[in-house]
Design a protein around this ligand. Sequence first.
Ligand SMILES: NC(=O)c1ccc[n+]([C@@H]2O[C@H](COP(=O)([O-])OP(=O)(O)OC[C@H]3O[C@@H](n4cnc5c(N)ncnc54)[C@H](OP(=O)(O)O)[C@@H]3O)[C@@H](O)[C@H]2O)c1
Length: 274
Amino acid sequence: MNNYMLRNGSKIPVIGFGTWEITPNDKAKSMVAAALKAGYRHIDTAKIYGNEQGVGKAIRESGIARSDIFVTTKLWDDAQSYQAAMAACDESLNNLGLDYVDLYLIHWPKTTGRHEAWKAFEELQANGKVRSIGVSNYTVKHLQELIDQGGEMPAVDQVEFHPFIYQQQKPLLEFCHEHDIVLEAYSPLSRLSDTNSPEISDIAEKYEKSPQQIVLRWCLEQGTLPLPRSTSSGHLGDNLEIFDFKLAEDDMVILNGISDGKRVTWDPAGMGND
Ligand SMILES: NC(=O)c1ccc[n+]([C@@H]2O[C@H](COP(=O)([O-])OP(=O)(O)OC[C@H]3O[C@@H](n4cnc5c(N)ncnc54)[C@H](OP(=O)(O)O)[C@@H]3O)[C@@H](O)[C@H]2O)c1
């Protein structure tokens, strides 16, 4: 598995397995076990997904060295204060049954609390409970605020990212590249489930790949880290078959041009997260 390098020198596998809505815990355990068997070495969960216990069990029982699996979890909105964030991290580690996570993210930039939570994150990184710290659903404004504060910079910003919102996310992507922040692409495939895109279908046919594989490859070629989710063992294996081809420049231009701005999830700029 190829890696990106995070700003603190840690390696992060360039594709991760998403686990949102994979519940209950026994289902999460079996899907994460299937993902690890298929070759994923990067698992993305969150406290709010309600599946940390199943995810952790699959990791602990996989027979794969802990150091060979990159585990991310996230701090939910109800714990965005210094004390609550410290306690929430312990609770997530306890749920997962792990001594540390590789990456801990602030899930949403809540107006009250995100600054205090970030102070807790810096401490959690210093004391080794989390190896790297980052954010999710942060806009350029929120990232700039962290720069202005002068503390630790986030290693990662995990946001919705796929060709259908490329033009809207381009300034954020450029900002992340400029400041050595890895942009993780969430919900990379969801729009394909209900969108008929002739452009993506034509390109898929040309490369003899599926539309999903084309979009995941496009994410890599944008320098982002896709987090596909699947509950089908066939699909989760197919989603790793993206390292044996490269998209030509003119196909990237076509894919970059299909944005319609419609999101799968919520727009963090429109939620009062000032
Ligand atoms: N930080 C945040 O706020 C946030 C928000 C949303 C998501 N995320 C993270 O990002 C991950 C991915 O996003 P997502 O859960 O929205 O889902 P997604 O990966 O964009 O799409 C999942 C859908 O695509 C289908 N699919 C996957 N591979 C396929 C393939 N090869 N062929 C056909 N269909 C395929 C799945 O169906 P099957 O199950 O049938 O394969 C499922 O319906 C999440 O699980 C989570 O870890 C984070």
